[in-house]
Write a protein that binds this ligand. Sequence first.
Ligand code: OGA
Ligand code: MN
Length: 218
Amino acid sequence: MDAQVLSLMFDDLETQGWSARSGLFPAPLCSALYREALERREAADFRAARIGQGAARLEVNAMRGDEIAWIEAGQGTSAGADFLAEIDILRSALSAHFFLSLNAYEAHFACYEAGRFYLKHLDRFQRNQDRELSTVLFLNPEWTHDDGGALILYDPQENDRIIAEITPTLGTFVLFRSGDFPHEVRAPQRSRYSIAGWLKRTEAWRAAIDGLMSDASP
Ligand code: OGA
Ligand code: MN
């Protein structure tokens, strides 16, 4: 992980609550992740994405049209496992710097075929507040603005005001506060690959920390 880019991203998070920069992860890792996404898609490992959690879980293509494949830690020598290892370093650094006590991460590859999109949404669920920071790593070599598929971030206060239009080029990495920033994925002109993930502070972890804190108070 590039220390200079990391420090710029920390500054961005501190001043604006989001950051989008390239060069945080090594280029060979990003290319390997792209190849792995293509291979897993070829192997029919991707499934239509769903909305919500538990009983509210729905497969609604009117809202989102991507196909996803979750990245699991136990996938041996895969690029996905290398990515999770990198993210774990990022998680520790963010936790220490922002006093966030992040304890978990989940992520999936996503593919939006031409014309597919994800309408404006928040990544934090109403019933489950675990998600603190959203991460998106883009995996599209030779992608230009004309290929579409931008990730649009909206102002947390003024929900109709666009604050960023991010082109999903290979290696660009985005971080934003999951509960604050509405965002959407615009339809691309050709297949668009990314890894969407969430740094979390789980319920059990929060309860444990609260327990420790109250034990420690006089
Ligand atoms: C999501 C999401 C953005 C992207 O999956 O919640 O907003 O560019 N993804 O893949
Ligand atoms: Mn999202």
